[in-house]
Each structure stands twice: as structure tokens, then as C-alpha cells.
Design a protein around this ligand. Sequence first.
Ligand SMILES: NC(=O)C1=CN([C@@H]2O[C@H](COP(=O)(O)OP(=O)(O)OC[C@H]3O[C@@H](n4cnc5c(N)ncnc54)[C@H](O)[C@@H]3O)[C@@H](O)[C@H]2O)C=CC1
Ligand SMILES: CC(=O)C(=O)O
Ligand SMILES: [Mg+2]
Length: 599
Amino acid sequence: MSSQKATKYSHLPLSTTGPIDCAVIGTALLNTAYFNKGTAFPPDERRQFELTGLLPQSVHTLEQQVKRAWEQYSAMTDDLSRNTWMASMKEQNEVLYFKLLIDHLDELFSIVYTPTEGDAIQNYSRIFRRPEGCFLNIRDLDRVEHDLAQWGHPEDIDYILVTDAESILGIGDQGVGGILICVAKLVLTTVCAGIHPSRTLPVVLDCGTDNESHLRDDLYLGLRERRVRGPRYDEFVDTFVQAARRLYPRAYIHFEDFGVANARRILDRYRPDIPCFNDDVQGTGCAVLAAIKSGLHVSSQKLSDLRMVIFGAGSAGVGIADQVRAAIATERGIDKEEAAKQIFLIDKHGLLTSESEVSSSQKPFVKDAESWKGKDTSLLSVVQEVRPNVLVGTSTVPKAFTKEIVEAMASGVGRPIILPLSNPTRLHEAIPEDLLNWTKGKALVATGSPFPPVKGPWGKHGAQTEVKIAECNNSVVFPGIGLGSVLSRARLVTDKMLVAAIQGVAQMSPALEDETAPLLPGVDSVREVSVRVARRVIQAAMAEGLATEVDIPTADADLDEWIREQMWEPEYRPLRLVGAESASRAAKGELKIAGSMKR
Ligand SMILES: NC(=O)C1=CN([C@@H]2O[C@H](COP(=O)(O)OP(=O)(O)OC[C@H]3O[C@@H](n4cnc5c(N)ncnc54)[C@H](O)[C@@H]3O)[C@@H](O)[C@H]2O)C=CC1
Ligand SMILES: CC(=O)C(=O)O
Ligand SMILES: [Mg+2]
């Protein structure tokens, strides 16, 4: 794990071995989260960096700091306070923040990500203390390039995570608060895949908001006007993309939580030319297909046996449909049109048929209206008619998977695969406990946000069994896809790279070994999953001639070592004082960089 040890790949630019250059001293250093070590600054650095007198005398280890931080954290009494406490720790000391997070990931994952991050986003303008990330203004197109340029030199940024915040998780339009989904997902890229935290950039495209409560709130911090749509919106997105490409030509662009009318359109527009990825469309599709594959393995079925109903045909639902359709077509050796017959999309007005008003991405999945004429096309009726073995929820409609629907599904198949994915937790289409009780333990369940295990009399002769529930969230896959794309400096993110990522995750499913185990790997193996996904993505990029990084090893073991060496880890590295002249002027309070020298 330690990156201090030299390896054969220590020379690589992203290798995190050895000392780091630091041009700040004194209080400014203590206030720079990336360099700050707090009480762990060793005596020699305390002297060299003008810290004596600014810290208590005892020098503690990172492990001792984690212990203290965890004690403080444990005194918090509600999840939003826990989330706020974590955010403030991140502002103070990044190494300690990430170390704490990695050491207690099981407890903290749901605090820094869904569901609690959803509450933080909704309350952004109320709990705001200081900004993090880049805020771009649709009313100021001329400033976009300038505002983006503040974040570094061309080679400094590897990963840009951008939202327009119109469809945050399942909580809709959150305007400027959407910046926090970018911050949270970037935290996951570091925790799960070792993407360097200082080489990432969260961006919110502030286009206004149609959220009435934000519009009425005089403390709301974003543009307090209705969302701008149409050509001006497209121009804004394009201005951002072009500026990001010019300023940070090596950066991979991750789109998150755009509205349903824009998510796919924007992805399709930029995908042929730049390395970009939409997590809700592609990441969700990959995670769900991996979960389905492992569910089919447990139920001894194949993709060719699949009959899938997706409830909620928005960005995520159609993204899943696309990914599964492609996989069926490949497995059965048929065209995509034929494969789409196994997939049924239901939206607000029922099953999508040739008479429904549909978007171009939904169109390939519509069913012949004639054959459904006179029939009810609600979820229950479609389940009764189709007898699906897979049911997916991406509708944001809580409790939509009723007992009647689930029993109807279970009566037709041995092991129904049921994936209520709508986040945050309160929007899930069903909860695991109900699904298992209604199906007498037969359902294979994975959920969009984390759930505790469920116990019931489902073992042999009614023995109590504990079923662990996988979190089926794009977080299982997007960090590894990002890592693979960044390290290989892939020119594009292609379908083949995504298929490779799915294979990487599916191979690591605990359910392959034990059918009561979760369908997807859990937080305990996130970094290893990301190495595997990244390896597969890099190999696919190389096979397609899209990897621009030179000298990437080809053998699996070498490639894994090459990847691991470039994954950032939360460790205190020795600091090397650079710009001594600046530092000494800073010490005298002559430079702005020093910040306040007095408390
Ligand atoms: N677990 C995961 O990894 C992911 C989960 N999600 C969750 O999925 C949900 C949907 O997200 P997106 O697709 O991005 O949103 P979206 O807004 O693009 O899609 C939601 C769809 O559900 C439909 N819908 C609304 N009410 C309905 C009803 N009564 N019956 C049937 N359909 C209905 C909407 O018309 C829309 O097409 C959210 O809760 C989100 O958090 C999204 C991405 C990843
Ligand atoms: C997980 C995710 O991306 C979402 O719920 O939107
Ligand atoms: Mg999302």
C-alpha cells in the first residue's frame, strides 16, 4: 500500500512517491488543505516551514489523528451534521480526510455520498460556509474561459466533473447546490480509484433554476431566475466544453445529473470527439448490467433468457436499456433491433409503444401499439403479461414496486432480479426487506443507495439466513473507468471500453462464489475493483488505438502494478520548500499567499 517505497514505475509523472514541492509556510501552510499535516508536521518541517509556535508540541502520527477525528465524528448526532463535519475536515487537511474516509468507508460512504449528500445539496444555500469548485454563469459567457483558467496549468487537471444540476440524484433541479454532487463524486474517484485530489475540478454550469423553493429563497446562492433553455443553453455548454479542452487538453470530462432532455444529447454531441462520459447514462448502464450478469449467474440463466422491465425511462433507465440491449445482441449474435424486444420501458403514461410520444433514445425500445391495443399498460399489467425476470426502477417513485407487482413477477420466475435504483433512499421503488419477504427470500436484490442486510427464514428447512444487499450504484464503475481513461490518456471513451469495464466489475462479484453474497462488490474492495476496471479499460483503449500514453505495459500483472503506482494514497509525504524567497517574504506578511499570519 505504501507509495514511499520505490518501484519500477516510481518515475511515472503521476507516481505519488517521494517529497512534494511546497511554496507556502506558516499559517498559510496550515490553511492549505492539500499540504497541511496539522499536529503530524515533524520537528524539522516545523522549523523549516515557520510552524513552531503555531502548533502544540506533541508530534502525532496520521493514525493518531484518525483516531482523534473519528472520536469527534462519532459525537455527531445526525447525518447532515456528519456530512458537514466531513466537509469541514476536507477543507482543513485532505490527507487526514481521505485517510479517515478510507479507514471507515463502510460507515462514511453514505454520509459523503447518497443519501446524505442529497440533503446537503438541497440545503446548500443554508449550510454554505465556503465555496469549493468552479461556478460558471450562463449570463457571463465571455468569462467562462477566464473563470476556468484559474484552476491550473494545462497539464494540471486530469478529471473535470460537471453538472448543470437539473436532475440531481432523484431530487430534481437543485441549481447551484449541484456543485456538491461534483465534489462528492470526485471524492469517490480519489477514494475508490486514487485519482489525485488536486488534479480534479468540480464545475457547476449555473443556468438558473426551476426549483420554486430555491427561487423563493432569499438566501439561495445561485442565479435566482428561471432556467435558461434553448440555443443559449447549448452555447453555454459548448463554450464550457471548448474552453475546458483548450485549457486542460488532457482532462477527461464526466457529465453528471443533467436533465433528461439534455443528458443524452450532450453526450452524443461530444462523444465522437473528446474523452467524455455521462455517468447517469453510461455508468448506471454498466453497473446494472454487471449486477444483472451476476444475478443471472446465480439463477443459472443467460442474457438470452432475459426479459426486463424498466420502470422510469429517463437518462438512467434508457442508459441501462442501451447497455443491456448491446450485451444481448452480442451474446445472441443478433442485431440490436431484435435484442430490444426483450426490454420493456415504462414511463409516466405506461409502457412505451409506437403510439407514445418518445425521445430518439427511447424509440428503439417502443413496442408495437397494435399488439397492446385494449390492454392496460401499467406496471402491474406489463409484469403480468411479460413475466420479466429482471425489474429495474429508475422512476423516482417510492414504493412503486408493490407486493402485488412483486408477487406477480415472482410467480413467473424462480429467482426474480429486482433493482430499485432511485436515489436517495426514500425514493427507492421498494425496500429489500419487503422484496425478500414478499418473494420468500427468492428475490435477488440490489439497490441504488446502501441498505443493511436482511434476515429471514429462507435457508434450508426454514433456517434463518442473512442476505447482504449490494449497492447497485454507478459508483462501482465510474471511478475505474475514469482512472483507466486518465492513465491511458484515451482520446475517446468507446462502447468497447465500457463493455470491458462491465466485465471487470462482473468478474469481481461476490455472488459468483456464494449465492447469498451481494450481486456486486462492496466498499471493502473498491480500490481493487477500480484497478481491475481500469486495467480492462486501458487494454480496450490500446486495442482500439485510442491510448495516447506511451509505454503502457501489456501483461496484466505489470499493468496492475503500473496502475497502482499512479493511484494517489492518503499519506504524509515529506515537503520540500520551493521558492524560498517567496516563502520568506510570505513569512514577513508581504505576500498575499501567506494569508493571515496571526490568528
Ligand atoms: N443507482 C444508480 O446508480 C443511479 C440511480 N439513479 C436514480 O434513478 C432515478 C432517475 O434518474 P434519471 O434517469 O437521471 O432521471 P430522469 O429524470 O432522467 O428519469 C426519470 C424518469 O422517470 C419517469 N417517471 C416519473 N414518474 C414516473 C411514474 N409515475 N411512472 C413511471 N415513470 C415515471 C420520468 O418521466 C423520467 O423519464 C433517480 O432517482 C436517480 O437518483 C440515476 C442514476 C444512477
Ligand atoms: C447515482 C447517481 O448518479 C444518481 O442517482 O444520479
Ligand atoms: Mg447521477
